[in-house]
Design a protein. Structure first.
Length: 216
């Protein structure tokens, strides 16, 4: 059975997080399709990985037999995270927009798993693995909107996951998530509700599509 790597990064808990509600919708369908499958789950908000250090970075360019004790200890965490990614048949990531970019905890995870000569570069050990990103945001940064140029989540993750790692990338974008809570956005509540419903439907459909593809 297939293995799913599921990563959440929202600082808000279940019930208060738009991205978590959509990743949960994906998971429900995935679990139905893979009752005996494996899920590797990481909640980067409650259990963050350490930010990349000089020892962890430089160790990636040194033969393991030549690692200093400090490099060996730091690289062990990188190796564990990379191995989780390489074991996955599919990846699901909740990536809410915070201050126009991704959470720092998610950036830390990416800094560990992007390793030239292994996951990135000519080798791309996770190449073609389907990765679904739930890129929620309080407003809208869609093409044609006033803040289109402020969209640094999808653009960045496309470069890292699709271009550098060669993964098969798909975005689900629940937007206007602050509309129910901000009186100035009250007129946008119907658009938020439609976006939320569409995101949940897309998540379930994508989970089924990926599951069926892997089973074929």
């Amino acid at each position: 059975m297939a293995t799913l790597l599921h990563i959440d990064s929202s600082v808000f808990p279940d019930g208060a997080s738009a991205s978590r509600s959509v990743t949960a919708a994906f998971r429900r369908t995935w679990d139905e399709q893979h009752a005996d499958g494996t899920v590797i789950y990481r909640d980067l908000a409650t259990n963050p990985v350490p930010h990349l250090t000089a020892d962890a970075h430089t160790a990636g360019f040194v033969d393991p037999t030549d690692h200093s004790p400090e490099q060996a200890a730091a690289f062990a965490e990188r190796a564990r995270l990379i191995e989780e990614l390489e074991r996955a048949d599919a990846v699901l990531i909740g990536a809410p927009m915070y201050n126009y970019s991704i959470p720092s905890t998610l950036k830390a995870w990416l800094d560990h798993v992007v390793l030239m000569g292994r996951t990135a570069g000519e080798t791309q050990s996770a190449k073609a693995v389907p990765v679904t990103i739930v890129a929620s945001r309080a407003g809208s940064y869609a093409p044609g909107t006033p803040r289109e140029g402020y969209e640094y989540v999808q653009n960045y993750l496309t470069v890292v996951l699709a271009d550098a790692l060669g993964m098969d990338l798909h975005f689900i974008v629940p937007e206007l998530t602050m509309a129910p809570h901000n009186p100035a956005m009250a007129e946008l509540v119907p658009l938020f509700e439609a976006s939320r419903e569409r995101a949940h439907q897309d998540a379930a459909a994508k989970a089924k599509e990926v599951a069926e593809r892997l089973a074929a």
